[in-house]
Design a protein around this ligand. Structure first.
Ligand code: GDP
Length: 461
C-alpha cells in the first residue's frame, strides 16, 4: 500500500455552515487526533471503534482551552475513502473552529493536504482507478440531475469496466498472435491474422460508438453553451430571468475572473444550459449593438446553441432578418416571444427564413412555452442517443482523446495485417492500443498527468 505521511485538511466549504469537517488520512491520524480530542466518555481515541461516531471536545493541548464540541469519526484502513486510517472531526461549521482545529492537527504532526490528495491516495492505494477519481470532480461540479447521474455511474466504474474489457480483448489477441509466432510451422499465421482483423474491427466499432457519445457527454458535464440573441426589447432578459427562476439555476463564480464571467446554469430537463454573457444581457440589453457584429460572431462561434428571440407583437424587421441570416448555419431555436399579446408578426414568413430550425411560441412574462423549449433542446442534445444510458457516455476530454488515439492504433493494426506483415508487427500495434487505453484507468499513465488531474481538485477532497 502506498503510505506516506499523515495529511489533514478542511473537507467542507469554508463559510458559515451547520457543520464543518476536518479530515485526516494516514498512519498517524488516530495518534495525532488523540493529542487534541477528549471523548465525553473518557475513552482514549486509540480505543474507539471504527465507523462509529464519538461525542467529545477538541482541546488545545498547550493551553488546555476547549476549542469546540465535536463528533469524531474514525475509519480504520482499509475501509475508508483513502484505504488508510481516516479520522473526521465534525465541528461547528464556522471558519474559526475549522481553522483552529486544522491548526491543532498540523501542530500535532499532520501535514496540510495538497489539492485532491485524499482522492489521489484512494487512487494510488487502488481503491478507485483514475477515471473514477476524475468522476469525483465531476460529481462535485455536477449541474443537473442527469449530469450527476452520469458522473456517479462513472464513479461506480461503468466506464472503467468497458475499458478493462477492451484491454482484455487486446491482450487475448496479443497472446493469440504470440502463440502463432512461437509455432510458425503451420499456416496458423494467416488464420490468426484473420481472427485478429475481425476482432479489431469489432473493437474499433465499439470505440467509435463510445466516441460518438462524447459531444453529449461534454454538454451534460460542462453545460450547453447558449447565446440568447435578439433586438432590444424582444424579451432576452425576461427569458433569462424566467429560465433561471423556473429551473433551479446554479450560479458559479469562477475564482480569479471578473464579474463578466459569472456563469449561470439553467436546468432544462436535466440539461445544464450554460448561458453566455448573462451580465451583458441584463445590463445593456442588446448583444449585437453593444459588442459589435464581429464580437457577436465570435460568441456565436463558441455557442453550442443559439436562442434567437423575436417579438410576436411587432412585424418582422430588417434587423431580425439580419440576425436570421447570421444564425443560418448554426444550431438555433427561434423563440417567438410575447405570445400573450395579439400576434402581429407574420409566422409563415418566419418559417420561410428559418428553414429546419424549431420555432416555438413563448411568453417570457407568463412563463409559457418553456416546456416546448425544453423538449426541443433535449431532442437536439440527445439526437438519436438513448436517454437513461448516460452512464456509458464519455464526458471527459482526456478520455475522448485517448479513445481517438486508440482507434488510430487499431487502424494501424488493420493496415499492418493488410500489408501482409509478420505477426510481430501486428503485436507491436496491438500493444500500443492496449497501452493507450490503460491511460484512461491510470494503469499506464505518467506521474505528470496524474499530478495534473489531481491539481484540479479542491483542498480537502
Ligand atoms: P430585452 O431588451 O430583449 O432584454 O427585453 P426585456 O426582457 O428587457 O423586455 C422588454 C420589455 O418587454 C419589458 O417591458 C418586458 O416586460 C416585456 N416583455 C418581455 N417578455 C414579454 C412577454 O412574453 N409578454 C409581454 N407582454 N411582455 C414581455
Amino acid at each position: 500500500m502506498y503510505q506516506e505521511d499523515t495529511i489533514s485538511a478542511i473537507a467542507t466549504a469554508v463559510g458559515d455552515g451547520g457543520i464543518g469537517i476536518i479530515r485526516l488520512s494516514g498512519p498517524e491520524s488516530i495518534n495525532y487526533v488523540n493529542q487534541i480530542f477528549r471523548s465525553a466518555s473518557g475513552k482514549n481515541t486509540n480505543e474507539l471503534p471504527s465507523h462509529f461516531a464519538t461525542y467529545g471536545y477538541i482541546i488545545d493541548p498547550v493551553s488546555g482551552v476547549t476549542v469546540d464540541e465535536v463528533l469524531l469519526l474514525i475509519m480504520k484502513k482499509p475501509r475508508s475513502y483513502t484505504r488508510e486510517d481516516v479520522v473526521e472531526i465534525h465541528c461547528h461549521g464556522g471558519p474559526m473552529p475549522l481553522k483552529r482545529i486544522l491548526e491543532l492537527t498540523l501542530k500535532a504532526g499532520a501535514r496540510l493536504a495538497e489539492p485532491g490528495e485524499f482522492t489521489k491516495r484512494a487512487f494510488l492505494n487502488g481503491r478507485i482507478d483514475l477515471s473514477q477519481a476524475e468522476a469525483v470532480i465531476d460529481i462535485i461540479r455536477a449541474k443537473t440531475d442527469i449530469s450527476l447521474k452520469m458522473s456517479v455511474s462513472h464513479l461506480s466504474g461503468v466506464l472503467s469496466e468497458k475499458i478493462n474489457d477492451f484491454r482484455h480483448e487486446l491482450l487475448r489477441l496479443i497472446a493469440h498472435l504470440e502463440a502463432a509466432i512461437d509455432f510458425p510451422e503451420d499456416d496458423i499465421d494467416e488464420i490468426a491474422a484473420k481472427d485478429v482483423e475481425k476482432s479489431v474491427l469489432d473493437l474499433s466499432g465499439e470505440l467509435e460508438t463510445m466516441i460518438s457519445t462524447a459531444q453529449t457527454g461534454r454538454i451534460l458535464k460542462d453545460g450547453l453553451k447558449t447565446v440568447i440573441i435578439g433586438k432590444p426589447n424582444v424579451g432576452k432578459s425576461s427569458l433569462l430571468n424566467s429560465l433561471l427562476r423556473e429551473t433551479r439555476a446554479i450560479v458559479t463564480d469562477i475564482p480569479g475572473t471578473t464579474r463578466d464571467i459569472i456563469e449561470e446554469y439553467a436546468n432544462i430537463g436535466g440539461i445544464p444550459l450554460r448561458i453566455i454573457d448573462t451580465a451583458g444581457i441584463r445590463d445593456t440589453n442588446d448583444l449585437v449593438e453593444r459588442i459589435g457584429v464581429e464580437k457577436a460572431w465570435e460568441m456565436l462561434d463558441q455557442a453550442d446553441i443559439v436562442l434567437f428571440i423575436l417579438d410576436a407583437s411587432l412585424p418582422l424587421s430588417e434587423d431580425d432578418q439580419k440576425i436570421l441570416s447570421l444564425i443560418k448555419n448554426r444550431k438555433a431555436i427561434v423563440l417567438v416571444n410575447k405570445s400573450d399579446l395579439p400576434e402581429v408578426i407574420d409566422m409563415p414568413e418566419i418559417l420561410k427564413y428559418v428553414h429546419d430550425k424549431p420555432v416555438i411560441n413563448i411568453s417570457a412574462l407568463k412563463g409559457t412555452g418553456l416546456d416546448e423549449l425544453s423538449k426541443a433542446i433535449n431532442e437536439m442534445v440527445f439526437s438519436g442517443q438513448v436517454k437513461g444510458s448516460e452512464g456509458s457516455f464519455v464526458s471527459n476530454v482526456r478520455h475522448v482523446n485517448i479513445l481517438e488515439e486508440t482507434k488510430r492504433s487499431l487502424c494501424e493494426v488493420i493496415n499492418t495485417i493488410n500489408a501482409g506483415m509478420s505477426p510481430d508487427f501486428i503485436v507491436i500495434d496491438l500493444r500500443a492500443a492496449w497501452q493507450r487505453l490503460g491511460e484512461i484507468t491510470g494503469e499506464t499513465v505518467g506521474e505528470d498527468i496524474i499530478d495534473q488531474i489531481f491539481s484540479q481538485f479542491c483542498i480537502g477532497k
